[in-house]
Structures are given as C-alpha cells and as structure tokens.
Design a binder for this molecule. Structure first.
Ligand SMILES: [Zn+2]
Length: 197
C-alpha cells in the first residue's frame, strides 16, 4: 500500500495514463454543460415571470417553502464578489433587495422595473445594469452613455456589489427550500388563473 504522497507523485510523473479517469472527466464536463444550460434556461424563464412574482410577492415572503428557494441563476457572480460566500440569493431576499430604489428603474409603461444583473468597474464606479419591468416584463439596460433610463437612486458599482453580497450572506444562513422554481411558477400561474375566473 502506497501513501497518498507516492500516489500523487506517480500521477505527476505520468505513470497513470488515465484509462478510467478520462471517462470520469468527460462525464464531469457533460454535467457542467447541463448545469450551465439549466441555469440559462431558468434565468430566461424567471425574468419572463417577474410580473407574476410581484403579483404574489406577499405570499412568497410569508411562505418559507417559496421564500427560501435559491435563485442562484439570477445574478452571475459579479467581479469582486466575496469568494467565501456562494452567489445564491434566496427568492425572498431578492424581493427585499428589489425594495431598494437603487435596484429599481422606471419602465416605458410606467411600471417599476427591477435590476436583474450588473457589471461594472471598481475604478470608475460606473456600471451597466439589466432591468426587467414588474408590470409588463419588458427588459432594458441602464448605465450606458446612450441610455436615457437610470436607476431610481444614484449608485456606484461597488454599492450594488455590497448590497448583493450582503443579501447573499443573509441567504446563506437559511436552509434552501426543496421546492423547484419551475414548480412555484406553475403554482402561481394556476392560482392567478383561478383568481381571475
Ligand atoms: Zn413595463
């Protein structure tokens, strides 16, 4: 029986040809690709359903099964995000973050739009942010020179980053809900249609 040190040195010397390991590595790459495309699909679905989430905002905040769903697909970990915490905000903490004027803009329809991603510069403090309307679902950007729309309160990139990381810190303390976001959205749609009937 060799020690782990000997094993590691055999690996380093290329003694192991990776006969079986290559299968494992291929599977890992496939899993990573699937998770990446799931994240993109979930984000697209979620952004489309922001008006639905706002209709049921209070219900979500008061039901831990809904409130504690991790929505790790909304914000792509921005540059400068603390490495010690996952960028996995819970649905209720996201809704509370959206209460801040710094995470809001006004849509052409007059509805409140909320910030759904941002990127920027630590040097200049400038940023570009994507927003989605909570009334009509329209998506637009703010922060570029040619954009006339702005966030409702003046803010610098580092402040957005701090608010997002604080929310993620709070979320990390909570046990994630076993409910999938897809199930919640379907349930809310059914409730809305029953309510309208
Ligand atoms: Zn709108």
């Amino acid at each position: 029986m060799g020690s782990f040190k000997e094993f590691a040195s055999r690996q380093k010397e290329g003694f192991l040809k990776g006969a079986y390991l290559s299968d494992f590595n291929r599977e890992e790459a496939e899993i990573e690709n699937i998770l990446k495309s799931r994240k993109a699909r979930r984000r697209e679905l979620f952004l489309k359903k922001i008006p639905l989430l706002f209709l049921h905002r209070d219900e979500i905040l008061h039901n831990p099964d809904y409130a504690n769903i991790k929505v790790d697909f909304v914000f792509d970990k921005p540059y400068g995000f603390p490495s010690g915490i996952p960028c996995e905000i819970s649905l209720s903490d996201l809704l509370l973050l959206w209460d801040s004027e710094k995470f809001k803009s006004i849509c052409d329809c007059g509805g409140v739009a909320v910030l759904t991603s941002f990127a920027g510069s630590p040097l200049t403090g400038s940023y570009t942010a994507h927003c989605s309307c909570s009334r009509c679902g329209f998506a637009f950007t703010v922060g570029r020179h040619q954009d006339t729309r702005k966030l409702n309160a003046p803010v610098r990139w580092v402040e957005l980053l701090k608010m997002l990381s604080n929310a993620a810190r709070v979320s990390a303390e909570k046990k994630a809900s076993p409910v999938q976001i897809e199930a919640l959205l379907e349930e809310l749609e059914i409730k809305s249609s029953v309510g309208c009937a």
